[in-house]
Design a protein around this ligand. Structure first.
Ligand SMILES: [Fe+2]
Length: 285
């Protein structure tokens, strides 16, 4: 599979993408006065940032009824088709916090452990691609819990400029397979095989599915793909000007077109445990 039909097409897209990229985190924060009624300006800034960088940060000005405010912000930006994830509740909203429930704690987001680089829903079948996700911090941890991310389209450009063969290898239709998920003899999730970089048919946008988790992930058994994964991981581990690192403050959130991200481990204050709201959508911002 080729991502761009012509080299010129790629170069044009690349140049425009790099020119538009915003690299200062402060320039990516949009203050929101009333989450239930976004102003024209707020909406425009959020969507413009998502067009340029595939993400925007937002900051609520006062304490709100968070879940309602969260759902409302997302829907005003066109995010309504939510993923009914295992532990999500009303309108697909998941509360990301440490759990005492043993079964739930098998999923790292609900622990205080670090999470390596990944895109959300990498295990979903292609027809259920997660095109965007939104996080809102209610309480931060006593220490740790910082997020790091990079626009996956920029990542593709960095990879292709650095090693075109690796970028090509990761577009293979069976580059990464997630085996089916079975608990107590019941298939909870079907096997999902697909490329790591691909053009999303619905939006025509370069998209990504990836996880650094080695458990339950099979990469295609070829030298090219193994080498390409190594190059990709090395690139993710660098600190380019396109890498963002931030500890979300209370009432601060990120809205993004499923950019690749990771989370560091954290220590909770038991009185006020870390709590983030998360929504995952089949829509793009
Ligand atoms: Fe995630």
């Amino acid at each position: 599979m080729s991502i761009f039909n012509k080299l010129d097409e790629y170069k044009y897209w690349r140049d425009e993408k790099l020119e538009m990229a915003v690299t200062s985190v402060d320039d990516c924060v949009v203050p929101i006065v009333d989450p239930f009624n976004l102003s024209h300006n707020e909406k425009e800034k959020l969507t413009e940032l998502c067009t340029r960088n595939n993400f925007a940060l937002f900051q609520l000005q006062k304490q709100e009824s968070y879940v309602d405010a969260f759902i409302k912000i997302n829907s005003q930006l066109g995010l309504t088709n939510y993923d009914k994830h295992l532990y999500s509740q009303d309108s697909g909203i998941a509360k990301i916090t440490q759990t005492n429930n043993q079964e739930q704690a098998e999923f790292i987001p609900y622990t205080n452990r670090r999470i390596g680089w990944h895109t959300d829903g990498y295990y979903n079948p292609p027809e259920q691609s997660i095109r965007s996700f939104v996080l809102l911090c209610i309480n931060k941890a006593a220490s740790g819990g910082k997020s790091t991310w990079i626009d996956h389209q920029i990542l593709y450009i960095l990879l292709r400029e650095n090693n075109p063969e690796a970028a090509h290898a990761l577009t293979h239709a069976r580059a990464m397979t997630i085996p089916e998920h079975i608990t107590n003899g019941v298939i909870r999730r079907q096997k999902s095989a697909g490329p790591i970089f691909f053009i999303d048919e619905k939006s025509g946008q370069l998209s990504m599915r990836y996880t650094q988790r080695k458990k339950n992930v099979q990469f295609l058994n070829s030298v090219e793909i193994k080498q390409a994964i190594e190059v990709l991981d090395n690139l993710l581990a660098t600190n380019s000007k396109y890498h963002f690192k931030l500890l979300l403050a209370p009432r601060q959130g990120i809205i993004c077109n499923n950019v690749i991200h990771k989370r560091e481990d954290f220590i909770d204050d038991p009185a006020v445990p870390r709590l983030l709201l998360r929504g995952r959508y089949f829509d793009r911002v």
